[in-house]
Write a new protein. Sequence first.
Length: 194
Amino acid sequence: MFNAAIAILIGIAIIIVVLIVIAFLLYQRRRRTAELRSQFGPEYSRTVLTAGSRSRAEQELLRRKQRAQLFNIRPLRREEKTRFVASWQGIQAEFVDNPTDAVASADGLLGEVMAARGYPVRDFEQRSADLSVDHPAVVQNYRAAHEIAVRHQHGEASTEELRQAMIHYRTLFEELVSETEPAPAVATSGPQRP
């Protein structure tokens, strides 16, 4: 009788431990999902759709985060920002007379800005995946603009759609150039305040 009672208590203890482990794993999974949804925003939903399952999508997003940790992303220097903004203004002015070239130039300029910030700029899909880690809200604009540009190459996009592509490109451009290095500290004479 004593052995049966001990066996029952051991069985109950094992069941409790297993339930605690399962509850902990479910909590961890929910927490990871919430963190990824929070970080990636609409990119989370897009990745779930393209990956076919939440589990595969989350693994992909975690791989993106790990890859992005290897990058040396930096803010633009003030001179770079000034140069890029001037280039962007020229591209926008060009749109009036030559929308096709302006859209191609905008895409090229974004590649230059990304490279200056430290993003690898291989193929479009890798660029957009890399951008999604730090700029998940505007990467959707980048994808939409690129899709319009590709359709235009096949003669399938109107001038109005090219205008929309420029708006999408501008959204990403503004976000990428908004971060600049802080101004150098100016030395002052006299006592310093804490």
